[in-house]
Design a protein around this ligand. Structure first.
Ligand code: NAD
Ligand code: WQD
Length: 359
């Protein structure tokens, strides 16, 4: 539990979503209070209800859009927040290519409106959901935070643009403390099987696709390419359990607390954090075939697959250097690929149709 002086209220935008719900649980376990603000565009009230049940407490939930300045104003006026964890955003790469304005409007304009409101209410601590996508096709592996950034699709550009905005903001005023957490490939679900990833339609990402094949909703997995220069020719990624990821957010807030607060005697010096990018990954690469095999073993289900052409825009390999998170936040991933598969399967088999229908 946090010491009393560290107990703080956090605004969690996008807190009804996949990573947000898991982070709400981690915040509660760490002793933080929080308010969830989400427009439910890609989530449901049922997810909030389940988090409430899991933590044994009603969640303060506000249905609202980060682009709605008036609605945000009411929220900031009604609470005294220590900081904001900003998950709210759209995340489908393919959709972003088809609808770039929708992505820039939501992810960039929405974030600007949120930051303006934070500025108005003097809330200067911010944890942003960035992504390993900002590294594009990496020049070397593992990828550290100093690696060059470049993006080839509007989704990635929207994340990179927000990072640039945060950098400029940090230069403009040293009272801002802005952490950009660059997630690698979040997968898995809460160990209870009550919350997890609930994609609309056919999943774009590998793990939910595998689990829907395993549960019989989809016939077979298409593996996009088996001629990459990797261990077995399939793509390699740094899969990270969403529970580990959620804890990473708590450690980021703890870091902001330590850096920006006096020690209670009023004598400690406050340090400005500025703009601080930090990778959240395990540091280990796993191939598509290795993940399929691990999932099959853990679930006891066959995962039929076929090899198809490479998917446009995909890279061969991507995994993190996780050293900075360990050094600055004292955080490192603890859960294994088997844990990720087991918890995904638990969630998927208990909720074959996600939050909409329960068996
Ligand atoms: P998600 O879609 O499950 O959650 C995002 C939440 O934000 C949803 O509940 C959605 O309803 C809400 N939202 C979207 N636009 C909003 C708006 N304008 N106003 C208010 N609420 C809004 O996605 P997630 O996987 O939990 O991702 C959370 C964040 O992490 C996103 O910003 C995403 O880009 C980023 N991220 C995700 C991944 C991943 O693979 N899941 C990887 C890297 C980064
Ligand atoms: C992983 C591997 C595919 C589906 C994406 C976003 C990224 C980030 C995380 C938000 C690749 C292969 C996949 C399938 C397959 N999101 N694959 N068959 O592409 O690493 O990252 O999600 O920030 O921005 O781009 O994740 O899960 O889609 O793919 O063979 O049906 O699985 O080719 O090698 P990706 P993914």
């Amino acid at each position: 539990m946090l010491e009393n002086f560290m107990k703080n209220k956090i605004l969690v935008t996008g807190g009804a979503g996949y990573i947000g719900t898991h982070t709400c649980i981690a915040l509660h376990e760490a002793g933080y209070d929080f308010v969830v603000y989400d427009n439910l565009f890609n989530s449901s009230r049922e997810a909030i209800n389940r988090v409430s049940t899991l933590i044994g407490q009603t969640i303060e939930f506000i249905e609202g859009d980060i682009r709605d300045a008036e609605s945000l104003k009411q929220v900031f006026a009604a609470h005294h927040f220590f900081g904001v964890i900003h998950f709210a955003g759209l995340k489908a790469v393919g959709e972003s290519v088809a609808k770039p304005l929708m992505y820039y409007n939501n992810n960039v304009s929405g974030t600007i409106t949120l930051l303006e409101m934070m500025s108005e209410y003097d809330v200067k601590n911010f944890v942003f959901s960035s992504s390993a996508t900002v590294y594009g096709d990496p020049e070397s592996l593992p990828i550290n935070e100093e690696s060059p950034r470049s993006c080839t699709n509007p989704y990635g550009q929207s994340k990179l643009t927000v990072e640039h905005i945060l950098e400029d903001l940090a230069v403009s005023d040293d009272r801002w403390n802005l952490i950009a957490l660059r997630y690698f490939n979040p997968v898995g679900a809460h160990s209870s099987g009550q919350i997890g990833e609930d994609p609309n339609d056919i999943p774009n990402n590998l793990m939910p696709y595998i689990s829907q094949v395993a549960v019989g909703k989809l016939d077979k997995l298409s593996i996009f390419g088996n001629d990459y220069p990797t261990v077995d020719g399939t793509g390699v990624r740094d899969f990270i359990h969403v529970t580990d990821l959620a804890k990473g957010h708590v450690t980021a807030l703890n870091y902001l607390n330590k850096q920006t607060r006096s020690n209670g005697s009023g004598t400690a010096k406050k340090n400005s954090v500025g703009f601080l990018p930090i990778n959240l990954g395990t540091g280990k690469g796993t191939s598509v075939l290795e993940l399929v095999s691990a999932f099959s073993e853990v679930s006891g289900q066959a995962i039929p697959y076929q090899f198809t052409d490479r998917r446009a825009g995909d890279i061969a390999s991507c995994y993190a250097s996780a050293d900075k998170a360990k050094m600055l936040l004292g955080w490192q991933a603890e859960l294994s690929i088997a844990d990720m598969c087991r918890d995904t399967w638990h969630w998927q088999s208990m909720n074959p149709n996600g939050y909409t229908k329960v068996i």
